[in-house]
Ligand binder design. Structure first.
Ligand SMILES: Nc1nc2c(ncn2[C@@H]2O[C@H](COP(=O)(O)OP(=O)(O)OP(=O)(O)O)[C@@H](O)[C@H]2O)c(=O)[nH]1
Length: 262
């Protein structure tokens, strides 16, 4: 992604194809002014299952084969680190320097291997600014998963989580996979939201929770992998297979990743 706010993204602003397969393009930016969902690549609600049922993998535009595809959205206040989280996950890099707000909505694709299955996540980076809300609302409906972020150094972004949850409740599918992320934990000196407060809020709303850092990379891969695992299990569950428990998986993995942190 060129810094998200450029007039044209790497995807050239062209609208990727409308269904899977073939896959949506590697990255792109939906014009805020266009018809709300008109230029967005659409994944069917059971997109992954549909791809898998065909019994053959699909080919993404980046040349990678995948078996399942899902749409994930990053939401939260402006400046919490949504774009940086996505760039860290996709490219393994941190976007330091001056902060430029996302305009409208942008997406990147990444294929993960989950329990031997290739899962393509089409990750939508939304603008946190209030003025783009009507644009981003239109995308909630097709999202299979939502990563809701706040910034541990910004109390207002945490206080606004409740409002974000109300919005999600209103616009997203009822069965959307949701996870709460407290980002920027590398900024220990500036922290104003305690981990326990994040945990408490997540528990109250029954959503899995972890703290992340797009800067250091802490738990970034884990957040997306956990989502991909949940979505894969939902769409490919075998009759005798035990149910995948996202909460338990996250708790176990976060414990593992935090035990060895400096
Ligand atoms: N220290 C630290 N800074 C971060 C982290 N993630 C993002 N930032 C910084 O926070 C600022 C905002 O990051 P963005 O990723 O652009 O925020 P955003 O949520 O996409 O903002 P909008 O596009 O306005 O919705 C930038 O200056 C980043 O460098 C992090 O994990 N740690």
């Amino acid at each position: 992604m060129s810094r998200k706010k450029a007039a044209r993204s790497k995807g050239g602003g062209a609208a990727p194809s409308a269904a899977l397969p073939p896959a949506a393009q590697g990255s792109g930016r939906a014009a805020a002014a266009a018809s709300p969902r008109g230029s967005a690549p659409e994944l069917p609600r059971n997109g992954g299952a549909a791809a898998a049922a065909a019994g053959r993998p699909s080919l993404s535009s980046s040349g990678e084969f995948y078996d399942l595809a899902f749409k994930v959205m990053l939401v939260g206040d402006s400046g919490v680190g949504k774009t940086c989280l996505l760039v860290r996950f996709k490219d393994g890099a941190f976007l330091a320097g001056s902060f430029i707000s996302t305009v409208g909505i942008d997406f990147r694709n990444k294929v993960l291997t989950v329990d031997g299955v290739k899962v393509k996540l089409q990750i939508w980076d939304t603008a946190g600014q209030e003025r783009f809300r009507s644009v981003t609302h239109a995308y909630y409906r097709d999202a299979h998963a939502l990563l809701l972020l706040y910034d541990v150094t910004n109390k207002a972004s945490f206080d606004n989580i409740q409002a974000w949850l109300t919005e999600i409740h209103e616009y997203a599918q009822q069965d959307v996979v949701l996870m709460l992320l407290g980002n920027k934990v590398d900024s220990a000196q500036d922290r104003v939201v305690k981990r326990e407060d994040g945990e408490k809020l997540a528990k109250e709303y029954g959503v899995p929770f972890m703290e992340t850092s797009a800067k250091s990379g802490l738990n970034v891969e884990l957040a997306f992998t956990a989502i991909a695992k949940e979505l894969k299990h939902r769409s490919m569950k075998l009759p005798n297979e035990p149910k995948f428990k996202l909460h338990d998986y996250v708790k176990k993995e976060v414990r593992g990743s935090s035990c060895c942190r400096s």
